[in-house]
Every structure is written in C-alpha cells, then in structure tokens.
Ligand binder design. Structure first.
Ligand SMILES: [Zn+2]
Length: 112
C-alpha cells in the first residue's frame, strides 16, 4: 500500500460540496496535477474559537508524508534500539519507549 506522493499541502482555496465548504489537503499526483487527499468539512467560521484547531489539524495532516519519511530515516539508523534504560518514554504512551512508538507509528501509517 502506497500513499499519494508528497508533498501534501493545505489548499489555498476552499472547495464547495453541495452547501458545505471544505478545506482540502492536496497531494502531488504527477508533478502537475494535485489530487485531493482528504477534505475537512468546515464546521466553524474563521472567527469561531475552534477554527484555529481545525486548521492546525489540516497542517498536521498535510505534513504526514514528510513526518513518515523523516521518521523512517531516523529508524533506519536505530532499527534495533529500544529505550529500555528508561530515558525514552514520552508522549501519549508513557509506558512505551519512543523507538517502539516510532515503529508502531510507521506500521500504522503503512496500514500494517
Ligand atoms: Zn522500546
């Protein structure tokens, strides 16, 4: 399984599907044509307090190929590492070391 090639970006303009406005994340299809990777329905007006969080989600999604590529490169150099000395336990899963979290994130991103 291979995702739409990067780079992905948050579209500069809104799309309209029926009466809804959506913020699209677009990827690179062939170097010329952008393809829609995902559409985020605009639940909020730009003045709503939740709007910045929605846009932050859009930017996070748009850098997924970059994050995956970088994480895979890091893990290529650390394939056998595990933070079993206790110094590498961070983030959402405090009981799982960052190397094991990275391996799990790569597997999740690759649908494994
Ligand atoms: Zn580990």
């Amino acid at each position: 399984m291979k995702h739409t090639p990067g780079p992905w970006k948050v579209s500069n303009s809104l799309r309209h599907i029926g009466k809804r406005s959506v913020q699209s994340i677009v990827g690179d299809c062939d170097g010329v044509t952008s393809v829609v990777v995902c559409d985020m329905p605009l639940e909020y007006e730009p003045t709503h307090a939740a709007y910045p969080k929605m846009m932050a989600d859009a930017y996070l999604i748009s850098c997924a190929p970059d994050l995956l590529s970088a994480l895979k490169a890091i893990m290529d150099d650390n394939a056998d590492r595990c933070g079993d000395d206790g110094n590498y336990f961070l983030g959402y899963h405090e009981n799982i070391c960052i190397y094991c979290q990275a391996r799990a994130a790569i597997a999740k991103a690759e649908g494994k």
